[in-house]
Ligand binder design. Structure first.
Ligand SMILES: NC(=O)c1ccc[n+]([C@@H]2O[C@H](COP(=O)([O-])OP(=O)(O)OC[C@H]3O[C@@H](n4cnc5c(N)ncnc54)[C@H](OP(=O)(O)O)[C@@H]3O)[C@@H](O)[C@H]2O)c1
Length: 281
């Protein structure tokens, strides 16, 4: 089964930056109507104007929406359906992360993350899947994460949201394949986007730069796998190898191997908190 990309109504969430923007740019020349979703309307308008001027002349629609708001999402989907028809391809990409010891985390941020990464993804999929099944064709591209397949200290709640996305993707793929709908999950490692600005790295270290790839490379790998109807893709060679190593390592070994990182993280977190408490100067 292949996703019906050419001439389709394709909706991309989180199209205002990073991987979503790169996916929108790569999809634009192929699709019939491209619907760009995120909160920052002016960014989407700018991208829409640029894409409409490019080759292929797709119809590009801006649907600014806070996906953390169920009612706003329902209204947005109803508008898209009445103006452009049923969504043939859904790219569930919008999401953000949180870093640090879970006991130090900000509950409001964790709750917003679960709302976007878990509830919004499930809600959108639940709203568009029935029309795809009725037509006997469709595609759902899920941007999960390497954290959908493994865990590291410092990313407990984020990894849990991505485990949800990976579990949902894998099971939906089985359910929807007989109805002609492709579900592909993408499990990237570090990608150079605005993700890092939101994740809250207080350590001043960026070990991830060794395996980091560009948003464009991530999008290319994601779409190549989606087009082939693949179940899962890990973009980037180094990340593929790391994920293979993690998959082959028994959980007990991973727990022991991650012990020093967890202790280091807690020390860094306490240091960052102490620095915040100290009076300036
Ligand atoms: N970058 C990485 O290292 C990495 C690695 C693995 C997986 N991922 C996953 O890749 C996906 C895309 O992230 P990215 O790296 O491209 O980060 P990004 O540059 O920060 O993009 C996130 C996108 O999500 C949108 N978004 C955030 N909150 C939203 C809300 N409430 N409603 C609607 N849209 C919202 C943002 O747009 P607005 O702010 O305009 O709403 C933005 O377009 C995420 O699911 C992330 O978990 C990223």
């Amino acid at each position: 089964v292949r996703p019906p990309i050419d001439g389709s109504v394709t909706l991309v969430t989180g199209a205002s930056s990073g991987i979503g923007e790169a996916l929108a740019r790569a999809l634009a020349p192929r699709v019939g109507t491209l619907v760009l979703v995120a909160r920052r309307a002016e960014r989407l308008e700018r991208l829409a104007a640029e894409l409409a001027d490019g080759g292929g002349k797709p119809r590009v629609a801006v649907a600014a929406c806070d996906l953390g708001d169920r009612r706003a999402t329902d209204d947005m989907l109803s508008r898209v359906r009445s103006e452009h028809g049923a969504v043939d391809v859904l790219v569930n990409n919008a999401g953000f992360g949180d870093f640090g010891c879970f006991d130090h985390s900000d509950w409001d941020k964790v709750a917003r993350m679960i709302e976007l990464n878990v509830v919004a993804v499930t809600h959108l999929t639940h709203r568009v899947a029935p029309a795809m099944v009725a037509k006997g064709r469709g595609g759902i591209l899920m941007i999960s994460s390497g954290f959908g397949l493994t865990v590291l200290p410092g990313f407990a709640a984020y990894a849990a949201t991505k485990h949800f996305v990976s579990g949902l993707s894998e099971a939906l793929r089985m359910e929807l394949a007989p109805a002609g709908v492709v579900v592909t999950q993408v499990c990237p490692g570090p990608v150079a986007t605005e993700f890092e600005q939101h994740v809250g790295n207080f350590t001043g270290r960026r070990p991830q730069r060794i395996v980091e790839i560009s948003a464009e490379r991530c999008a290319r790998a994601a779409l190549a796998a989606f087009e082939r109807g693949r179940a899962l893709v890990v973009p980037g060679t180094a990340m593929k190898l790391l994920m293979l190593l993690a998959a082959l390592s028994p959980r007990g070994v991973m727990r022991v191997a991650c012990g020093p990182a967890a202790s280091w993280l807690r020390r860094e977190q306490e240091r960052a908190r102490a620095a915040l408490r100290e009076p300036a100067g």
